[in-house]
Design a protein around this ligand. Structure first.
Ligand code: CTP
Ligand code: MG
Length: 181
């Protein structure tokens, strides 16, 4: 597979996992998932993980997968690279896995003494990949192993931190996020 093709497929296939975090930032607020509970000296997850943000993130990821499915054939024709359509369970694994990974990261942040909004290099950038890919492999194995070749996975691991840093700096500059990470 040519490198450009691999990059395009990796980006396309990950879009339903990329968008939930941004949607959660836009829609977040209200009841925290942990209901204010603590574990030891710190919150279980913190006020940064809310039901509304999580639900909005998953819905946004699913909706985007649906939209991408509508245009996949036309896009493939136009650019000469076969971009994949999302199986319903694949879309769910990517979107829900992204939110779960983010929640798991907050859990780890609180256990390691990091306050809400604190930076956790590496974890912040790849938390959602680490959960969304295995969850998708579990929910839609045939789809996953067809689309996520080793080359695609390698591109995802390299590309995701770059995109994550870029979008978060933009969201910060636009005043949508409190910290640029
Ligand atoms: N958000 C949300 N629900 C989620 C994820 C994010 O409501 N599941 C919203 C919150 O308003 C959160 C903002 O998006 O403050 C930014 O997300 P993130 O950076 O992931 O959270 P932090 O506030 O930095 O908290 P943490 O340190 O726990 O990551
Ligand atoms: Mg944060």
């Amino acid at each position: 597979m040519a490198i450009l093709e691999t990059i395009v497929i990796a980006f396309w296939a990950m879009l339903p996992a990329y968008v939930p975090n941004n949607a959660a930032v836009l829609a977040g607020g209200g009841q925290p998932i942990d209901g204010g509970r603590t574990w030891g000296d710190s919150r279980l997850l913190g006020d940064g993980k809310t039901w509304r943000g999580t639900a909005a993130g998953i819905v946004a990821g699913l909706a985007l997968a649906g939209i991408l499915n509508l245009v996949a054939a036309d896009v493939s024709n136009a650019i000469g690279i076969d971009v994949p359509e999302f199986a319903p369970l694949a879309a769910l694994g990517l979107a829900a896995g992204a939110m779960l990974g983010d929640i798991l990261a907050s859990f780890l942040k609180r256990r390691t003494g990091r306050q809400r909004g604190a930076m956790f290099p590496g974890v912040d950038q790849l938390d959602f990949v680490v959960v969304s890919l295995p969850l998708t492999a579990l929910l839609a194995p045939d789809w996953f192993f067809k689309v996520f070749t080793w080359g695609v996975i390698a591109v995802v691991v390299i590309l995701t931190p770059v995109l994550h840093v870029t979008t978060n700096v933009i969201a910060y500059k636009l005043g949508l996020k409190n910290e640029p990470w």
